[in-house]
Design a protein around this ligand. Structure first.
Ligand code: HEM
Length: 320
């Protein structure tokens, strides 16, 4: 009798928790593919290593792809979809067009992953792993990536334009935009440390070096040499002038001396609520890395599709 009760209550418990899981959406887990695609992390990290060796900026570009994926309808690989006559996607949104890079690297990883484990791993998860590896390969921290995201069936240029922060943003604007995604001001300041690597185009920092007052004048003059007041919109400058291809706390060391490249960067250290945190990160790589990792894990959970939602795309550029 006892055995029967416990057996049926176990069954009931199982059914209830299965139902709760589908209703809530399943939680991601680092071991999601451990049975179905054990070579996944090795494939991603090998291709990332080759790509970053060939072009160190690629670590930065892939990290930015992940950020732009997660901020627009959640981390669902939507940023990777090409436009079609039926789908106006995110790649050509203002801010993304002629700016996002690294799609071919994700294609190469996806092709290898498909060869090893057909129709199993989502593009959204590949992007999350590749972003982590890009950071680590350039000297930053590494962490366990939660997995089990599914790929979205749609993308939206309008959503990209509404959700991605422009470089002219104020601190209040940035805090607001990140807040909508469930990210705190601390997360904002830690994640912005991604600008310790990579490049920006003149069009995105011209306003800051010509018109802003909260900038070291000698730095502004130096940057104006290659970013003219008119023309040269796509001329590049490093986001961190000290160590452009290294993931370190150089970004914050720049901010405390008025050498942030873009208006939005310097807003984090401009007499406002984030000054003390920027000060802390500028002297403590440990605190920066710890908070960056925590914020990346949080960002990677924004609006994810799980279970039977979405699909596992076979080619990251189009829905199946
Ligand atoms: C806080 C608000 C943010 C704003 C306003 C912003 C804006 C920008 C802009 C305008 C560029 C230069 C694009 C170009 O000129 O082509 C850029 C580059 C970059 N952003 Fe952000 N970003 C923000 C936050 C983030 C976050 C949270 C991450 C990642 C966690 C990130 C990662 C990067 C990286 C790595 C680059 C360099 C990419 C490359 O060299 O290809 N950004 N960002």
């Amino acid at each position: 009798m006892m055995a029967m009760i416990s057996k049926s209550s176990f069954l009931l418990f199982f059914l209830l928790s299965a139902f709760a899981c589908t209703a809530r959406g399943q939680a991601l887990s680092p071991s999601f593919y451990s049975q179905t695609c054990p070579s996944l992390e090795f494939i991603v990290s090998s291709i990332m290593a080759t790509s970053v060796q060939r072009d160190p900026r690629m670590g930065a570009s892939i990290l930015r792809l992940f950020f732009h994926d997660c901020f627009v309808n959640g981390c669902d690989g939507s940023v990777l979809l090409d436009d079609t006559p039926w789908l106006i996607g995110e790649k050509n949104a203002g801010g993304n067009r002629n700016s996002l890079r690294g799609f071919e690297v994700i294609d190469a990883i996806k092709a290898s992953v498909e060869a090893a484990c057909n129709a199993t791993v989502s593009c959204a998860d590949i992007l999350a792993l590749a972003a982590r590896d890009g950071v680590a390969l350039l000297g930053g921290p590494s962490w366990q990536v939660d997995l089990g995201r599914r790929d979205g069936l749609t993308a939206s240029r309008a959503a990209a334009e509404a959700n991605l922060p422009p470089s002219s943003s104020s601190l209040a604007g940035l805090i607001g935009l990140f807040g909508i995604k469930g990210l705190s001001p601390r997360d904002l300041t830690a994640l912005s440390g991604a600008h310790t690597m990579g490049r920006a185009q003149c069009v995105n920092f011209r306003g800051h070096i010509y018109a802003d007052r909260n900038i070291d004048p000698s730095f502004a003059a130096f940057r104006r040499q290659t970013c003219p007041a008119f023309g040269g919109d796509d001329n590049l400058a490093p986001l961190d002038n000290r160590t452009q291809d290294l993931f370190d706390n150089g970004y914050y060391q720049n901010l405390v001396v008025g050498r942030g490249l873009m208006h939005s960067d310097q807003e984090l250290f401009n007499g406002g609520s984030q000054d003390s945190l920027v000060g802390l990160y500028s002297v403590s790589t440990f605190d920066f890395f710890r908070d960056f990792v925590a914020a990346m894990v949080k960002m990677g959970n924004i609006g994810v599709l799980t279970g039977r939602q979405g699909e596992i795309r076979l080619n990251c550029r189009r829905v199946n």
